[in-house]
Design a protein around this ligand. Structure first.
Ligand SMILES: Nc1nc2c(ncn2[C@@H]2O[C@H](COP(=O)(O)OP(=O)(O)OP(=O)(O)O)[C@@H](O)[C@H]2O)c(=O)[nH]1
Length: 300
């Protein structure tokens, strides 16, 4: 599976809503689905935060009842974010991606014979539209790091690392993927969400919720458990991705450029030393807070 990385991934891709994304190397057109009429209703109601409660046996409403509106109005400009799904084979990446896509879009893909691994959809979260292009293009089985793997790891605006709660090996792979991502995106504010899928398989559970959460704290990412089969927390996952993208966008906009360096007086140096001490204890407090909030996808 391939991924077009011709565009800067960190910043959203700006385009006219009516303009398709560039062709991928395989000639596929990730943006093709933007032609879906704006009256579609597929995404669950937005605005609810993720929960770690174990899934109930009752499935959520079918994807066709989801209430996302497309902002595909002619002539309007919108931001597109690439969301790359990573994880071992069989953990449920495709299942999550097709729930995101909704039935109508999957059918459209089928009719048009376009890529089944790239889905574009505009979600209305907290009253604002954001378009996600979900890329289910990761090929974990490659023996050597391939070009497509490299581009997957570099080309995302956000990453969703999926493991199966019933497969410890996939959990370990998720940690390795997080390390690889950290190497690629050292200085970036790219949201990364660790997803423990197949939460319905309670009896076969090999990875506890606590382990998932602890891993997210250590690797500085968000965490949620989902069940694609029961459609549990899937909408919350993608809404969470949107919120994380927005929070980081605001965060980086708020960052001020560093002040020019001048010869510091003793008093200034003392103040800086104290500030560093305070910052250190603030970081410790932040780590503690993160362990409490890593499952809340609505905060940084
Ligand atoms: N019980 C359960 N099964 C699931 C869940 N999600 C996916 N599956 C099943 O797991 C199998 C693999 O799912 P896929 O979505 O193809 O997994 P994938 O990660 O895309 O796999 P690759 O395409 O090989 O990378 C399928 O049989 C799915 O029906 C889930 O939440 N619960």
């Amino acid at each position: 599976m391939t991924l077009n990385t011709g565009q800067e991934a960190k910043t959203p891709l700006h385009r006219r809503a009516s303009t398709p994304l560039p062709l991928s190397p395989r000639g596929r057109q990730p943006g093709l689905l933007s032609t879906v009429p704006s009256t579609q209703s597929q995404h669950p109601r937005l605005g609810q935060s993720a929960s770690l409660n174990p899934p109930t046996q009752k499935p959520s409403p079918a994807p066709d009842d989801w209430s996302s509106e497309s902002s595909d109005s002619e002539g309007s400009w919108e931001a597109l974010y690439r969301v790359v799904l990573l994880g071992d084979p069989g953990v449920g990446k495709t299942s999550l991606a097709s729930l995101f896509a909704g039935k109508q879009e999957r059918d459209l893909h089928e009719q048009l014979g376009v890529a089944e691994d790239v889905y574009e959809r505009t979600l209305t979260v907290d009253g604002e539209d954001t378009t996600l292009v979900v890329m289910d293009t990761w090929e974990a089985e490659k023996l050597e790091k391939s070009w497509s793997q490299e581009s997957c790891l570099q080309g995302g605006s956000a990453y969703v690392i999926v493991y199966s709660i019933a497969d410890r090996g996939s959990f370990e792979s998720a940690s390795e993927l997080r390390i690889q991502l950290r190497r690629t995106h050292q200085a970036d504010h790219v949201p990364i969400i660790l997803v423990g899928n197949k939460a319905d398989l309670a009896r076969c559970r090999e990875v506890s919720v606590e382990e998932g959460r602890a891993c997210a704290v250590v690797f500085d990412c968000k965490f949620i458990e989902t069940s694609a089969t029961l459609q549990h927390n899937v909408a919350e996952l993608f809404e969470g991705v949107v919120r994380q993208l927005r929070l980081r966008r605001q965060d980086s906009a708020a960052e001020e450029p560093p002040a020019p360096r001048r010869q510091a007086s003793l008093a200034q140096r003392a103040r800086r030393f104290l500030a560093r001490l305070t910052a250190r204890s603030a970081r410790r407090r932040a780590l503690k807070a993160r362990s409490k909030s890593c499952h809340n996808l609505a905060v940084l």
